[in-house]
Each structure stands twice: as C-alpha cells, then as structure tokens.
Design a binder for this molecule. Sequence first.
Ligand code: HAM
Length: 421
Amino acid sequence: MKYQAPKGVKEYLPPSSALFERVREALITPARLANYQLMELAIFEETEVFTRGVGESTDVVSKEMYTFTDRADRSLTLRPEGTAGVMRAVIESGMDRGSLPVKVFYSGPFFRAERPQAGRYRQFYQVGIEAIGSDDPFLDVEVIAIAQQGFTSLGLSKFELVINSLGDSESRNAYRLALSEFLATIDLDSATRERASINPLRVLDDKRPEMIEALKSAPVILDFLNESSERDFRIVQDGLRALGIKFSVNPRLVRGLDYYTKTTFEFIHPLLGAQSGIGGGGRYDGLMASLGGAPLSGIGFGIGVDRVIMACEAEAVTLTPEVPLSCFIIPLGGEFEEDALRLASRLRVNGIRCDLAYGDRSLKGAMKAADKSGARYAFVIGEREIQGQMVEVKEMGTGMVIPVKLSDLLEFFSKGNRALS
Ligand code: HAM
C-alpha cells in the first residue's frame, strides 16, 4: 500500500523547503525589527473561539472548518486563521492588562476545507502579526509597512496594496442599514439572503459574476464614515504616502472574516491568477470583547507563505539559502569516519555548514554525493591526510585543488579563502 498526504495539504520537502524557510524568515524579520515577539499557539481551539471570533456568516466558519469532538465530547477546531487564537491567548494570559500595545507574531500551518487548486490549500502556512491595545492609526501604517518590507526584502516588486475602511461601529451601523435596504431591492437566492440577514457586508464578498454586476450600484462604506473614522483613514493614507508605500483605495474591499473594522487591506499579486491575495489584514475593534476580554482594539495581518513562494517564482527572484553548504568531507573508509566527524563538528560549532559521506562507499560514489550536495568544497580524509596533517580541498565548481593544513581548515572555511593555502 502506498500512502499519500491528504488532498490539498501543502508540504515542503528538500530542496524546496530551503526556499520555504528563507521566505518565512524574510516575512518575520521586519516584525522582529519592529519589536513584535513570538507567540507559539495551539493548533486547535475550542470551536467557539472561531464561531464567535471569525463570525458565523463567513465561509471560513460556515463551510471550511475542520471540526471534531475529542474523547470528552468537546468540540474542537483546527485553526483556520490566527487572530482569534491570539486574542484567546492574550485574554487567558492577562497580557491585555499589561503594557500596551501587545505586539506579537506567529507562523505555522492553518487549515481550511477549501476546494484545492493552485495557491489554495487545505493546510497552508501563514506568517502573521497582531498589535493589540491601541487604536492609533499610525499603528495601522506600521503593520502595513512591515508586510511591505517583507515582500520587498525578498526582491518582489509587482505586488499591489489595496486598502479600505470599514469604519467604526457607528459608521458601519449606518452603512449596514443602507446596504440592507439596497439588498432588499435585488433578487437574492435563499442562502445569500440568509447570509445577508446575519451580516449584509458579507454579500459584498460574493465573487459570482452576476452578484458583482448586481452589487455595482450598492452603496459604499466610504460614504458612511463618521468624522473620526474618516480622520483615521486619512491619517493611514498620509502615513503610507510618507513612507513611500504605494496603494489604491477600493471602497468595495471587504475581507472574508467578520471581525474587521476601520482599516482593512490586502496585498495582491497580479501574476498569481485566481488566488492572488498574498496577504491581508485590518483592524478589529470588537474582537477581543466578543471573546470575553477587555474592549481593546487591535490590528494585524496574515501573509500566505505558500503564495509568497509562488510570487517569488512568478517574478523569478532568486533566493539563496541563508547559510550555503560550505564543505563535504569524505572519509576514506570506516576507520576515518571518526576523524571526519570530529572535523565536521569543529566546523559546525563555528557556524560553517558541512556534511560528510556516511556508509562505506566507494570514493567515486562519495564524490558523486559531494557533487549532488551542492557543497562549495569537498575533501577526502584518510591515512595520508592524517599522516601529513594536510588535506586537498577541491573547489567543486572549478575542480581546482587547494592544499590546506588541518590546523588551518577552520580559517580556510571561515574566510572561503584560497590564498590561505
Ligand atoms: P486571510 O485573508 O483569511 O486573513 O488569510 C491571510 C492570507 O493567508 C491570505 O491572503 C492568503 O495569502 C493566505 N491563505 C488564506 N487561505 C489560504 C489557502 N486556503 N491556501 C493558501 N493560502 C491561503 C486571515 O487569516 C487573518 N487572520 C489575517 C489577519 C490578522 N487580520 C488581522 N490580523
């Protein structure tokens, strides 16, 4: 029997896993530099964290959750997104009563029972950040700038930023009323009408062409922003301009989760086809209170690591691993394995990436393995080398052979320096 990974599960195996690590690190680094700290969270939560947090009218909750009962009959769900879990953890740990804003980042797998296709998986990976406990719109600018910095540090340039404001609760209530009135005048199927009765804004996220057409003359939220929401939105836009971040405003942008208020945004990559959203987020005023915490506002984003990798491929950016393999050591027979491993350990503790040939292979087979490993250098260690305390280091790319004393090996690899011979 040959087993397969479950349908729609995205896995990363060598060598492409190096790219995955590189992209994930690039997305996390700007968050660390802005003083966001790691949260390593539960992969499954009580189902209510998501039904209350993300919203019952969303596709994510109503159609896409992996929900199961545990042995004590509790309903648990594999996390479809990260924000609700962060809120739960912040409330549970009392961080909301400490110094604010709480600034955290996370990365890991998320699960949605979607129809799999290129860029849309049932297990996918996000890097996310959340800044909780301040409604300062400059924090919105910071969060967007961090995402932007992650993309540009990878060499991406073709992505686009789209922003909108969903307003505070007063603005949104006025808008909901107007939108519901409008929706009452058009023909909706029963599922959509049901959805509109829970949250009319959800209907704006309908991607069916006939719905896009029918909604063309729907009122837009930006016409309903009260003074303070409008002011905040202006500050966000001015702040983005001040940082040189290009964006466009789309007054019809509503995201797929119910908790958003005020600033919402999405990064789109036009070369990715149907699944073009490489990241998105926004502010959430009522989320923490809805999960039983203090009424603190927060803002954050989730970036799809899988899609960013696709974007890197689409833009043909070349990414090298953080620490390339420097050297490959070949012991001439089992009796020299210990010497080889000792040398390798000395190089490794000094930060030099190296590997060695295991198993009693022929020299030819071991040289092949060295070649395949992608190491920059290789050398053999046997009787002659131990006797002479000297190895012949071969530069794999050119075939050039450089004699190096064993006592100079560390220096040689630290500097990658041929002149040392
Ligand atoms: P989201 O827009 O649902 O937001 O997901 C964020 C990103 O995750 C998307 O832009 C996309 O790149 C990626 N993504 C989502 N679903 C899939 C999938 N099935 N396959 C591959 N990639 C996918 C959130 O999850 C919010 N928690 C973001 C946030 C944080 N808002 C505030 N704070």
